[in-house]
Design a protein around this ligand. Sequence first.
Ligand SMILES: [Zn+2]
Length: 198
Amino acid sequence: MKRARTGSGHRPAAPLHWGQAGGWIEAVVGSMFSGKTQELIRRLRLATIARQKVQVFNHALDTRYAKDHIVSHDSSKTPSQAVAKAKDILELVEPETQVVGIDEVQFFDEGIIEVCETLADQGRRVIVAGLDQDYRGIPFPVTAQLMGVAEFVTKNLAICSVCGSPANRSQRLSNTKKLIEVGTGDKYEARCRACFRR
Ligand SMILES: [Zn+2]
């Protein structure tokens, strides 16, 4: 039987399938108003159309809209399960689930990295969406690590509310110093590097 050969050695070439046997991680990151959740929902919908078994999780802290849905700023939504700890996800994922979506991943504890790796190692497609920087412009460690281990990283930009340039920072409009403040349009706006104020 004729075998395809690589440039070096005599091992047969790897098959050209993607994700045929194993899973992978996709990270969709960016500032507020960059369409992260919208993109997550879009990918999950396409999987659903293909009749793949999908499960979606968000953090119990993310109470902006509803506990049993993730909702993007343009009001598209999809059912989800709220969990308090990363490892809760492993207990809730059903054996036949092929695609796992996780929204606002920066809310989770550091265990989320191992959880995502475990799910991908089990042969599942894992799609996480989250903020890459906090209101001070400092990267969220959890998101940064997930970007490091993900096969695919999509970095979305918003539009600066001041000058209209591409924006990758979230300007907090209130004075609170809490690292995580759950909020929508009235508490934050997207800013570019030049218009962002620390
Ligand atoms: Zn600007």
